[in-house]
Design a protein around this ligand. Structure first.
Ligand code: CMC
Length: 448
């Protein structure tokens, strides 16, 4: 027996008008009320800043149950993928919807491996940046510039062209990321190597120098591969929503991903791993933890416990659980019995999770609380942490972009607003205006 389509009735108490709104139900997760016809039927907009209750699209890629702390990629639990899969296999799964056969995986790996080189002219872009530029600033610029290199061959309405763009982005992102790092340390850019795995190739592009032979440590390779898997997708997070939003106008995929990188950079999103390590360094010792916990709870202080809390997870982030365990194993296997920052992070977690403030608000460690400890153990500098996230999340971004482009129902993302500015008023000639006291300030002495 097929289920009756459900509706929800909205009653405007002022006018007595009733509107039936259809309910949309996914395979899992809470039902959604379809309010797309709300304005036409009632004259009301829906107001939901930050999308606290709004599903912006239908998607088959990733499922999160934030109450239970569950994360599934195409239905597969993150714990199983972390333990048994590889990053490229996960990338295939996210892009194409199914786990690949051995032959499909070999073919996909060959395609990605053979797209890792970047156009030689791109190197000139890196030289244009200050040596102390943040690598995320370089990423935004260089990835955006890929549109200029592949613009002619990217017809976004052709599924095959979209697939080629997706492969190029996944393949070239580590090369660009490592080049951004090499630029910041004044070393020559290292070419990719086709005999290495995705993670191993990234490590050699980061750490090899022309004067010495570089051997990839298999423990480091596996740890990096794991972090890439854990960061590969997370449904409609801010950067993925940005990529979809940019792409909804029909923009070029390289430009859309550059927009995603910009969104990821913020400390409330992918910038949190860098912010966590900087916070732990500032806290310094266990004795100082209570002072910082007090600051995090003080509403007049902008300080927040970085790496804590999540919009969706109201339980322990399943990725953080895996990373916490990996930190212990990795530190042991690289012969570093401990990292003082890891010890401090463990203690901070313990103290925070006994505190009413964090318990009441259900604030737990998120993916970024411990990931920086692993990056440190791998020798990756702190300003590269968000870049590492961008390399991994590129898969999610392009999977969502491809899903959106293939959806015949997709529309340009054009939110409405509640206007709170001045009412209509008439233009005043300059000689009659009174100073309002909020013009621009002089910029003397700043770097130009
Ligand atoms: N430290 C102290 N208080 C916090 C924190 C925190 N890290 N996170 C949330 N709160 C409080 C917040 O002040 C608010 O309190 P009240 O109800 O008294 O006003 C309550 O908890 C709810 O927080 P919110 O800001 O309304 O929640 P949100 O869903 O808008 O924000 C968040 C989610 C991740 C931006 C936020 O928890 C945060 O800023 N965390 C620190 C930054 C961080 O670790 N970000 C990485 C997120 S995971 C990686 C990724 O996917 O990007």
């Amino acid at each position: 027996m097929s289920e009756q389509p459900r509706t929800v009735t909205l009653i405007d108490e002022a006018t007595g008008k009733r509107v039936e709104l259809p309910v949309v139900q996914g395979t899992m997760g809470p039902p959604s009320i379809d309010i797309s016809g709300l304005y036409r039927a009632t004259g009301y907009f829906a107001y939901d800043p930050g999308f606290l209750s709004t599903a912006a699209c239908r998607s088959q890629i990733t499922y999160i149950d934030g109450e239970q702390g569950v994360l599934l990629y195409r239905g597969y639990p993150i714990e199983q993928l972390a333990e048994r899969s590889t990053f490229l296999e996960v990338a295939y799964l996210l892009l194409y919807g199914e786990l690949p056969t051995a032959a499909e995986l070999a073919d996909f790996s060959r395609i990605i491996t053979h797209h890792t080189m970047i156009n030689e002219n791109l190197k000139e872009f890196f030289r244009g940046f200050y040596h102390d530029a943040h690598p995320m600033a370089i990423m935004v610029g260089v990835v955006g510039s890929l549109s200029a290199f592949y613009h002619d061959s990217t017809d976004i309405h052709d599924p095959r062209h979209r697939e080629i763009a997706a492969h190029r982005l996944i393949a070239k992102m580590p090369t660009i990321a490592a080049a951004a790092y090499k630029h910041s340390v004044g070393e020559p850019i290292v070419y990719p190597r086709n005999d290495l795995s995705y993670a191993a190739n990234f490590l050699q592009m980061m750490f090899a120098v022309p004067t010495e032979r570089y051997e990839v440590d298999p423990v480091a390779e596996r740890a990096l591969d794991l972090l890439l898997i854990l960061h590969a997708d997370h449904e409609q997070n801010a950067s993925t929503a940005t990529v979809r939003q940019a792409g909804s106008s029909g923009a070029d995929p390289f430009a859309c991903v550059a927009a995603g990188i910009a969104s990821l950079w913020g400390p409330a999103h992918g910038g949190a791993a860098e912010a966590v390590v900087r916070m732990l360094e500032e806290i310094g010792t266990v004795d100082n933890i209570p002072r910082y916990i007090a600051r995090a709870k003080d509403k007049s202080d902008p300080f927040r416990l970085m790496g804590f809390g999540h919009r969706v997870y109201k339980n322990y982030d399943p990725r953080a659980k895996i990373i916490r365990k990996t930190c212990m194993d990795l530190l042991e296997s690289v012969g570093q019995q401990s990292d003082p920052l890891f010890e401090l992070a463990l203690r901070l977690e313990e103290i925070a999770l006994q505190d009413e403030y964090f318990l009441e608000r259900r604030l737990y460690p998120n993916v970024d609380f411990y990931s920086g400890i692993i990056y440190r153990a791998l020798g990756i500098p702190v300003q590269m942490f968000t870049v590492m996230f961008a390399v991994a999340r590129t898969v999610g971004w392009v999977a969502h972009w491809m899903e959106m482009m293939a959806d015949p129902a997709h529309k340009i993302g054009r939110p409405r607003q509640v206007y709170t500015g001045a009412g209509r008023r008439d233009y005043v000639p300059v000689e009659l205006r009174k100073p309002a006291g909020h013009g621009p300030r002089a910029t003397n002495g700043e770097r130009r």
